[in-house]
Design a protein around this ligand. Structure first.
Ligand SMILES: *Cc1c(COP(=O)(O)O)cnc(C)c1O
Length: 449
């Protein structure tokens, strides 16, 4: 490996989601080039990017169409303030997002990171209720949820690893048991379990609706929460209940949006429209930071008034609606429009299912589960009881290092190995990835259990 780059990195860079001490043993890998699903390090070794570089990449690294769109935009306008000014890319992008989003969503408010979109959704919902004369201060979230790591977003998440340390600083949400189907009774279907889990949500809404601004959920897949999955019927019931109890529904599709679950947006599978839809990650095809909250005319109108009435939404970020990012997002939407991506993904998802089906029989594999282009393999100490490995015997890391050695980036979540690849992956690459996952799980299982 290029020791000079690593030395310089370790002297000044502080990496995300990393105990930097680990880099004494396993230094970061300097990447010099990307091409499709492949990343190439400075020595020429290639890695199949099975997790789309933290779930952002949709159509491969160095995608010629997205590259070209950004280059064209770069020669016209790199950035302009979006308060008091506007530009064609942000206008066209807003029109096109509204056209493809669930029916009834009509206004786009932009930011850069996904977490910022969550902050916006939380503030927008709170401020809406204030503008219509109701003082509400709470949010309902699901256990095992993840919505980002700024303080508001962290508050409505529920992954202890990220949250625990900062607890004294956070809002106190009303946390309801997740419909995550990993814990269903044997013989129980996803649908039955998710419907049963809804009773907890119904009860929370009964008790807390009048103090609650919004319910926030990740539709269908709790991604950072170990790729746990649930049935779309839960979302149908949730939409109906939010209407009944007059509470907003915030759908965080930052990870699951843009075709990940088999439809363009996960909400489509439940035929629902949230009050606020949060998008990020794949919005620019994995090129540039851009996120957006798309909301209804009803919410928008509650902020519309004569100047100075304390009603306006004064939230802002420096790079709101950046034109280069909008150009990347438009090129991404073009690919969805021109290439029949959703239909092709259905075939890829089926190939992933077939390739990995036999992993279910492995001694330490408790479950192989899938929603569209997300396929997760959960390892456990006891397959039958689904007892997890104790923290000191975590297997994900062993599998990760093994996979790197064989040329795949399969960064796990705890003991869950998952495929969430760019949509340009081929069936040969799926087979290769499955083979690497298989030997990685073998390597992890070989340790004294
Ligand atoms: C990644 C993620 C976020 C946060 O997005 P960032 O761009 O990392 O700030 C929020 N919600 C979900 C569901 C995510 O997966």
């Amino acid at each position: 490996m290029n020791n000079d780059l690593i030395k310089r990195d370790l002297a000044t860079v502080w990496h995300p989601c990393t105990q930097m001490h680990d880099h004494e043993l396993f230094p970061p890998i300097p990447i010099r080039r990307g091409d499709g699903v492949w990343l190439e390090d400075v020595n020429g070794k290639r890695y199949l990017d099975a997790i789309s570089s933290w779930w952002v990449n949709l159509f491969g690294h160095a995608n010629p169409r997205i590259n070209a769109a950004i280059k064209t935009q770069l020669d016209r306008l790199e950035h302009v303030i979006l308060a008091g000014f506007t530009h064609e890319p942000v206008i066209t992008l807003s029109e096109r997002l509204v056209a493809v989003a669930p029916r009834g969503l009509s206004r786009c408010f932009y930011a850069a990171e996904g977490s910022s979109a969550i902050e916006i959704a939380l503030k927008m919902s709170f401020h809406y209720w204030q503008n219509v004369g109701e003082q509400r201060t709470r949010y309902i979230n699901l256990s095992n949820s993840y919505h980002g790591e700024t303080l508001g977003a962290l508050s409505v998440g529920d992954v202890a690893l990220y949250k625990q340390t900062y607890q004294p600083l956070l809002l106190q949400p009303i946390t309801v048991r997740s419909p995550d189907c990993y814990y269903r009774e044997s013989g129980e279907s996803w649908e039955q379990y998710s419907l049963r889990a809804f009773e907890h949500m119904e009860r929370a809404l009964q008790h807390h609706a009048r103090e609650t601004c919004a319910v926030i959920v990740e539709p269908l897949v709790q991604c950072a929460g170990s790729m746990r999955m649930y049935h779309p019927r839960y979302l149908e019931l949730l939409r109906a209940a939010c209407d009944k109890y007059r509470v907003h529904l915030i759908a965080d599709e930052i990870a699951v949006g843009f075709g990940r679950t088999g439809t363009l947006f996960a909400c489509e599978q439940a035929h629902i429209t949230p009050d606020i839809l949060c998008l990020g990650k794949g919005l620019t095809g994995g090129y540039l930071p851009l996120s957006v909250c798309i909301t209804t005319d009803k919410i928008y109108q509650a902020f519309y008034a004569e100047y100075g009435a304390q009603r306006a939404f004064l939230h802002s970020h420096s790079y709101t609606g950046n034109p280069l990012a909008c150009a990347a997002a438009l090129a991404t939407l073009d690919i969805f429009r021109d290439d029949d991506v959703i239909a092709r993904n259905r075939e890829l998802a089926e190939q992933m299912r077939r390739a990995t089906a036999s992993l279910q029989d492995y001694p330490h594999v408790a479950e192989v589960r899938q929603t569209g282009m997300i396929l997760a393999v959960e390892m456990a100490q006891n397959k039958k009881t689904r007892t997890p490995f104790p923290p000191e015997k975590r297997r994900g890391r062993v599998a990760y290092l093994h996979a790197l050695g064989r040329g795949a980036l399969l960064r796990p979540l705890g003991d869950v190995i998952y495929f969430m690849p760019p949509y340009v992956i081929t069936s040969e690459e799926i087979d290769l990835l499955t083979d690497i996952a298989r030997t990685s799980i073998d390597a992890a299982s070989d340790l004294n259990a």
